[in-house]
Design a protein around this ligand. Structure first.
Ligand SMILES: *[C@@H]1O[C@H](CO)[C@@H](O)[C@H](O)[C@H]1NC(C)=O
Ligand SMILES: *[C@@H]1O[C@H](CO)[C@@H](O)[C@H](O)[C@H]1NC(C)=O
Ligand SMILES: *[C@@H]1O[C@H](CO)[C@@H](O)[C@H](O)[C@H]1NC(C)=O
Ligand SMILES: *[C@@H]1O[C@H](CO)[C@@H](O)[C@H](O)[C@H]1NC(C)=O
Ligand SMILES: *[C@@H]1O[C@H](CO)[C@@H](O)[C@H](O)[C@H]1NC(C)=O
Ligand SMILES: *[C@@H]1O[C@H](CO)[C@@H](O)[C@H](O)[C@H]1NC(C)=O
Ligand SMILES: *[C@@H]1O[C@H](CO)[C@@H](O)[C@H](O)[C@H]1NC(C)=O
Ligand SMILES: *[C@@H]1O[C@H](CO)[C@@H](O)[C@H](O)[C@H]1NC(C)=O
Length: 324
């Protein structure tokens, strides 16, 4: 007479009880962890066996499996449990505890699910491209269940689903860190960043004609945006390169170059051209160091273009310089 027949499956510390005859329980375990598959039998039983799919692991206390990770933790009249150490993905599948009770065959199933945290296994290297080129980033991830992969752009917060992120004709504003995030809910998401550098030729953004007083200090500035950073050169009206001397210092910084006059003299007045270049190109702008007068030109000599105001001043100053 069958008094009470229960199967208990233990995963980690949580016990799953499945009454015999019910649908098989799922036991979820992380790859690398260990699991005990418990089969509890509450009566006189003969011919006990554990199977992995159709392969016999144990018949009674006789081990059939050659796998060292599989052991019998208990075998007595009420308990017949096996332990699997360092669970592998290939261990996933149905396990069966089968036995005979009162000459009737009994079978209990458990389905072992092996989970693997989502992990990025191959991702694009940091890239450096020229403006206008196409960029194709990839981020390959593994995990069980199949993880989702998304690309997030750090600057604008845009999100793109999938392993591949294609940017066509990239613009300088799109130079930033792109983050790949993969998740399958098993463990905290895995994430990594790819830095995209966009190169472009110098663009002079700030230059101004400057008034200067004899015997005083003065500064001419040339500011240029460029990737990689520009190198700067300065030229005078007659294309002579400007060089540092005891009253004039050229100070080059990352995004700008300064002409520092420590004691302005007559010979310093004139037209200075700043020439900014990197391997993608060059740009120049001209500006005046002038004696303060009625007209104070606001520089706009970017490239060849000059504002009307400056042109007027230029003719005046040209006349003045000739007189001197
Ligand atoms: C076991 O897992 C499968 C697939 O993962 C699911 O369809 C089924 O409902 C689960 N069974 C139980 C009893 O949780
Ligand atoms: C069988 O083993 C289990 C686990 O060690 C123990 O709790 C139980 O008392 C044992 N039963 C018998 C009948 O020895
Ligand atoms: C279960 O069977 C599969 C397929 O034969 C095998 O790869 C795996 O190692 C087995 N696992 C255990 C714990 O026996
Ligand atoms: C990474 O993925 C890329 C794109 O699919 C492939 O070309 C490359 O060979 C992979 N690298 C490694 C180390 O698997
Ligand atoms: C790629 O760029 C990131 C973010 O700027 C940086 O932290 C990382 O060190 C770079 N990786 C390599 C391989 O240069
Ligand atoms: C500036 O230069 C003039 C002419 O060379 C000189 O007389 C004057 O002392 C200098 N001023 C300063 C502050 O060095
Ligand atoms: C300065 O810029 C103008 C306009 O782009 C260009 O025509 C000129 O050749 C440049 N000068 C030099 C010295 O590169
Ligand atoms: C300054 O020099 C540049 C280059 O030689 C020239 O294009 C520009 O017209 C000059 N500006 C003035 C105001 O003379």
């Amino acid at each position: 007479m069958l008094i009470g027949l229960f199967l208990f499956f233990l995963a980690g510390s949580s016990v799953h009880g499945a009454e015999f005859g019910y649908l098989p329980d799922n036991i979820t375990v992380l790859e690398g962890e260990s699991v005990t598959l418990r089969c509890r039998i509450d009566e006189e039983v003969t011919h006990k066996a554990w199977l992995n799919r159709s392969n016999i692991l144990f018949t009674g206390t006789d081990k059939w499996s050659l796998d060292k990770r599989v052991t019998l933790v208990n075998s007595n009249n009420s308990d017949f449990s096996i332990h699997i150490d360092k669970v592998q993905v290939t261990d996933e599948g149905p396990y069966t505890c089968t036995f005979q009770a009162n000459n009737k065959p009994r079978i209990a199933h458990v389905y072992l699910i092996v989970q693997v945290p989502a992990r990025i296994v191959n991702i694009s290297k940091n890239v450096s491209v020229n403006e206008g080129e196409n960029v194709n980033l990839y981020c390959l991830a593994v995990g069980r269940p199949e993880p989702t992969v998304t690309w997030k752009d750090q600057k604008y917060g845009l999100v793109s689903e999938g392993e591949f992120l294609d940017i066509t004709e990239i613009k300088r504003q799109q130079a930033e860190d792109y983050e790949c995030i993969t998740n399958n809910g098993v463990a905290p998401p895995d994430q990594r960043k790819v830095k995209v550098t966009v190169n472009y030729p110098p663009m002079i953004t700030d230059m101004k004609n400057m008034p200067a007083h004899l015997g005083k200090t003065a500064i001419l500035r040339c500011e240029a945006m460029a990737v990689p950073p520009a190198s700067f050169e300065w030229y005078r009206d007659d294309h002579r390169p400007v060089e540092s001397d005891n009253t004039l210092t050229i100070k080059n910084e990352k995004t700008r170059s300064l002409l520092l006059f420590s004691n302005v003299t007559e010979k310093h007045f004139g037209n200075y051209t700043c020439f900014a270049s990197n391997r993608l190109g060059a740009s120049n702008a001209s500006m005046l160091l002038f004696r303060p007068g009625a007209i104070q030109g606001r520089g706009s000599g970017l490239h060849a273009g000059m504002s009307v105001g400056v042109c007027v001043w230029v003719s005046l100053s040209a006349a003045f310089l000739v007189k001197v």
